[in-house]
Write a protein that binds this ligand. Sequence first.
Ligand code: PFF
Length: 451
Amino acid sequence: MANVDFSNRDSFGSKFGVIAAAAGSAVGLGNIWRFPYVAGESGGGAFVLIYLAFIFIIGVPVMLSEFVIGRKAQRNTFGAFKILAPGKPWFIIGIMGLVAAFFILAFYSTIAGWTLEYIVKAVSNGFKGQDTTIIFESFKTSTFKPLMWQFIFMFLTGWIVFSGVKNGIEKYTKVLMPLLFFLILLMCIRSLTLDGAAKGLEFLFKPDFSKITWGVVLEALGQAAFSLSIGMGALITYGSYIQKDNNLSKTALQVSLADTLIALLAGVMIFPAVFALGMDPQAGPGLVFQVLPELFMKMPAGYIFSIIFFILLAVAALTSTVSLLEVVVAFASEELKISRNKATIIGAIAIWLVGVIATLSFSDLSHVKLFDLTIFDILDYVSANILLPVGAMAIVIFLGWFFGKKLIFDELSNEGTLKMKFFGLFIFIIKFIAPIAILLVFLNSIGIIKF
Ligand code: PFF
């Protein structure tokens, strides 16, 4: 292994800062916007069960693996593999991660832009007395406004990344993540006390296995990976900023638990309201933007809540987009040797250009389809359901089979200073369980093997 230069790199300041930043990356639109609608389209309860199994059997170990790789190498996702496995082709995982960051940020910033429009609508009391479905349809099919908001969102993302690792996001996430949690709890209470709410809970938690196909299992795996931000090196990059005395296992578990809790609470917030208000749980990407405004109009002080909620949704998205851009910026500044500032500007503009196409696929480009999927759908599907699971599989294979058990032990136990109760289990999972499970899901959903 080449000598590692630890000087000159930014890092997270405190333990809570690490959790806030990593949870900031994990908790985002994936939890509040994507999880409810994907669960809705994939049959509800049975999907949720499979999702939970994937989070704990595959998600947590992969997250931990990424932290180990990042902290050991002290490099971006591409450079980490170059340093840890010189002369070997493992850096391809890093390239795949860069592509995934590009794709995800491109379509993610479309939706993130929507949250800004909804803040403005909430402030100007624009939902009152209106049909929220019509409002949503006319907004997303227009050309200019969604593009403008997307640009503004990318600008904000670039701005924070520009200001560095410690001084930007770490400070904000520490305050805003607990606030987001509190508001979701309040809204769950409102949703659950609507007439007819029980049906929504049943939909979310009562498994109906007749709905499950291998395609749905792959969706659950993709959603778990997307939600935890694993499989592409965002957490390798963040791991490289974690200090050497941090207990990585504890951090990975805490971040995963927070992420899962918020996804479930988002489900509890949305589905009872969907059923109580007689809306369609299979409404797709618009689900949150149609249901929640209706819910706000029906709740006391809904005006204030709607403003706060959409601001927090935007913030949750922002702490995730920052981590996506950071993947690209850390790579460009460390490997291509351009300044961090330049890397931020070029990276943000390049991604925004792809993002424009994603946004237009709800309007001017809505007729451009492949296998009945729009460009937006393709970016979403390919990154979550293919790039992330394949990336996750490659990462655990690298760590489990090629890295060396002793090195893993040293990194995880902070050179022997921490007790490692589950080390054997962790190794068993990353060597066998996780890669085989991901492979089986793939082969089955492509139809190569049939269970
Ligand atoms: N985990 C984020 C969410 O659930 O919204 C999305 C995401 C962020 C995925 C960063 C991947 C990533 F690297």
